[in-house]
Write a new protein. Structure first.
Length: 132
């Protein structure tokens, strides 16, 4: 969905992808059982709530530079190890993610609701540090 490169200082940069505006995942879609890494960084045409429930074995989610996304629903299960969130989130919910060990937020200024449930102490501490 996007290409990336590293600049001279070692910072990751992303191309913007204005064409992907829907993942095409409906309520009757089968799960994407083999997808372990999902990189949607730079997909600026995606808007609203991003539903990743159909990715049960997802381990790595890259979601920065997704300007229109306000909420990310993480997949059910505890496979997720790394998540990167876009800047314009209004709601952050991390539920039953004991293996999630790396979380980054592009920004937290728009966040109004936060819930961390049955997740690691690291995630709970991160939520306290970022949102309180």
């Amino acid at each position: 969905s996007t290409k990336s490169w590293t600049d001279e200082e070692g910072n990751m940069e992303y191309y913007r992808n204005p064409n992907l505006n829907n993942l095409g995942i409906g309520p009757n879609s089968k799960p994407f059982g083999a997808c372990k890494k999902l990189n949607l960084a730079g997909c600026v045409a995606l808007t609203g709530r991003l539903d990743l429930v159909k990715f049960p074995v997802l381990e790595d989610f890259e979601g920065i530079r997704m300007d229109g996304i306000t909420e990310v629903q993480l997949p059910v299960g505890n496979s997720l190890k790394r998540a990167s969130y876009p800047a314009n989130l209004t709601t952050v919910t991390i539920d039953n993610k004991p293996n999630l060990s790396e979380v980054t937020f592009e920004g937290v200024g728009a966040v109004t609701n936060v819930a961390v449930i049955n997740s690691s102490a690291y995630i709970a501490q991160l939520a306290i540090t970022k949102f309180l």
